[in-house]
Design a protein around this ligand. Sequence first.
Ligand code: MN
Length: 535
Amino acid sequence: MTNHITIFDTTLRDGEQSPGAAMTIPDKVRIAHLLARMGVDVIEAGFPVSSPGQYDAVRRIALEVEGAVICALARAGEKDITAAAGALEGAPNSRIHTFIATSDIHLMSKFGDARYGSTLAGKRSTIRDMAVRAVEQARSFTDDVEFSAEDAGRTDREYLAEIVQAVVEAGATTINIPDTTGYCIPDEYADLIGRMVALVPPQVVVSTHCHDDLGLAVANSLSGVQAGARQVECTINGIGERAGNAALEEIAMALTVRNNHFGVTTGITSTHLTAASRLVATSSGFVVQPNKAIVGRNAFSHEAGIHQDGVLKNRETYEIMRAEDVGQEAEAIRLGRHSGRHGLFARLERIGVRVEPDQRDVVYSAFVELADRKKEINDIDLFNLLHKNTTHMSTAHYALEYVSVAVGTDRQPEATVRIRHVKQDTLEEYTATGDGPIDALYRAIDHAVSEAHDLVSYNIRSISEGADAFGEVSVFIGYGGPMFAGKASSTDVVLASADAYLNALNNLAAYRADEESVRFVNDGIMQAFEGGVES
Ligand code: MN
């Protein structure tokens, strides 16, 4: 048996099924490029028959993204498989992933209709035949066909064996055993995988697909690997239906750090993990919890003095892996009020930013001022800080001179803005209405500024406590290429929203104007999000 574990990423399919996650097609293409660069073997790009947007996303990824097998999901039916094959056309390496539910509870409810059979035995045989036909049809388009027995975790073991054997004979090359409901526990799931591995010929790969309803998705996946699974299905940050899927970054690092235990390898370049996590968090709008393993911003921060001291003397005292192994080097020692000049400039240098000696005082006092307001300071804060406080950074293209927003129970939110176009020295004033005050405000700014772009994400959080709390707004905008950040904080969240948006638009405008100094800042921002292209 091979020692290589195929990493099958389903961030763009199962991950996108997270309630509330909505990624645009450009977001998905950007994520797929990063996944491929990171060494993911198979990218499940979507479920083409389900909507035109899904179809287009799979199609664009199939045409543009190189280096990984591009996979599309299809139910076990002709229309689905035709759509999947159509969307994948043009991909150098493509896989069709077809599935059907096999547990009794699914058979009796999803396939309750008498045309699927009047008894459980009758339904089981109809479903088996549908699965076989689907795999045969998929094989007419590609040699790489995956079959999933949905809710395998709760499927009768004998029936599961029967359907798996039938689809393997029909040409399935990967057999996925999803614990769709997150019901299994590790030894049970290992037993299930072990049986499947023993059942199929050695060239057929058995795959895990675990959900985190009981917090066991990663543990179950790893048990599956020990039992002989050679593909793991997972998502960045563990996003997905309900409690989510197994987290790719945790699987990859567990297999690497505990290689002595598992004895298997993956193709993942782990230094891209943090960048991938941030990109997915930004695109999906799902913030990563600070204590999240591997990619959480505290994952490598040592707060207790005794730990900090130990780590400085010998990192291995409290670290089983290094922050830089997962691309988190910039976060290794937390920056805060007590970091001092040396800490600040050392950190800036590590993230590739050199501040000229004559600028250092002004940058440092801005940092101290920010540190008073903010418990900890991250890379994006640093970029913003530099952006505001050094003379060789971006020249403002747009300046907000006036803003007024009106809301009320009996009226539509309305915003008026007056914006100075600094280079031309002209003023533009616009009024717009919207679904809410921020929507109205951003529409008015869009009119006044006219820089083509998409709003990629808008985030607001409180950075202090109480009724006078500071609200911090962070905005990302893009136009298909790089993304531009804007951030502002104020006790007035409407003003902070306007400032953050203008800040991002200024970054975009400066980038378009190809200003040398600004490129420097924005390259940094992009580096923080997409990782270096090297290695
Ligand atoms: Mn799933």
